[in-house]
Design a protein around this ligand. Structure first.
Ligand SMILES: Cc1cc2nc3c(=O)[nH]c(=O)nc-3n(C[C@H](O)[C@H](O)[C@H](O)COP(=O)(O)OP(=O)(O)OC[C@H]3O[C@@H](n4cnc5c(N)ncnc54)[C@H](O)[C@@H]3O)c2cc1C
Ligand code: FES
Length: 260
């Protein structure tokens, strides 16, 4: 059974009109947090909304960890309204995170929208592991956010914006294809909207490059019990419904069946 914790909000920062970060204390007995894992946040102590909101970890320190959150609806708004010094109940860390045991230096990190958040922690961990910076390709609709933090973990950041406000105008896949054309790439780690995950997977398939995708599905229990969060995964010749919260949220692109 996953443990829950009441954690103090140590800091809070608003990054844009719709994105903010909170820094939570990390208890000594909390298991190691792997990039790509998430927490189920109880948005309010009064019991409504009932369901925990899944939020990925965007950075881990010795005594704290950070969550980067986009304002979407009631749950995230209640979390936004919490003040420094207040506590929040969290369940986790949950899920399997990115598979890094066989990580290779010639890999690329890709994030899009609020999906840049978990790949920031990934960039930090890979930089520490290899003592080198990984290329980080980030896609935004318009104004980018959190770039100052990203620059701590990679000097190889490239930006694509749909509006063209900064960086390359268009999608992050344009940046990725340049790398795939020019270099031998082992793995592309990616988090972002569904449509971006699919586009990255299809592109990497063309170049025979492995992908690891952090999948997002609507969740209810968040611990593998209710089957609300399933996605279609290939296992041999069969297609099975796997739970994003328990069997994921990270899956190899070769397993994920889009459009079923
Ligand atoms: C594994 C995982 C990691 C995530 N990491 C982050 C993150 O780091 N930062 C961030 O801002 N958002 C993240 N999300 C999305 C985030 O969970 C939703 O935006 C949030 O739950 C919306 O809650 P709400 O009450 O504000 O919105 P509402 O739309 O009112 O939520 C209604 C219900 O739908 C669920 N829901 C709505 N959107 C999503 C969604 N995209 N994914 C899953 N459930 C959803 C809510 O949990 C809730 O049960 C993640 C989702 C998953 C599955
Ligand atoms: S949310 Fe219940 S099984 Fe995943």
């Amino acid at each position: 059974m996953k443990k829950t914790y009441d954690l103090k909000i140590m800091d809070r920062e608003v990054l844009s009109q719709e994105v903010f970060k909170i820094l939570l204390e990390k208890p000594a007995d909390m298991p190691e947090i792997i990039p790509g894992q998430f927490f189920g946040l109880k948005a309010d102590d009064n019991g409504y909304p009932l369901l925990r909101r899944p939020i990925s970890v965007s950075r881990v320190d010795a005594n704290s960890f950070e969550l980067t959150i986009k304002l979407v609806g009631q749950g995230t708004e209640l979390i936004y309204n919490k003040k420094i010094g207040e506590t929040i109940n969290v369940l986790g860390p949950v899920g399997n995170g990115f598979y890094l045991e066989e990580a290779k230096k010639n890999s690329i990190i890709v994030g899009g929208g609020i999906g840049i958040s978990p790949v920031k922690e990934l960039a930090r961990v890979l930089k520490n592991k290899f003592n080198d910076d990984f290329p980080v390709l980030l896609g935004f609709r318009d104004e980018p956010f959190d770039l100052e933090d990203f620059s701590l973990y990679s000097s190889k950041i490239e930006i694509a914006t749909e509006s063209g406000i900064t960086g390359t105008k268009g999608y992050v896949t344009t940046l990725l294809e340049e790398h795939l054309k020019e270099n031998e790439i082992d793995t592309v780690y990616v988090c972002g909207p569904h449509v971006m995950l699919k586009a990255v997977k299809l592109l990497c398939d063309r170049y025979n490059v492995t992908t690891q995708l952090l999948m997002e599905e609507r969740m209810a229990c968040g611990i593998g019990a209710c089957l609300v969060c399933t996605c279609a995964i290939k296992e041999g010749t069969e297609i099975k419904n796997k739970r994003v919260c328990k069997d994921g949220p990270v899956f190899y692109g070769s397993e994920v069946v889009f459009d079923v």
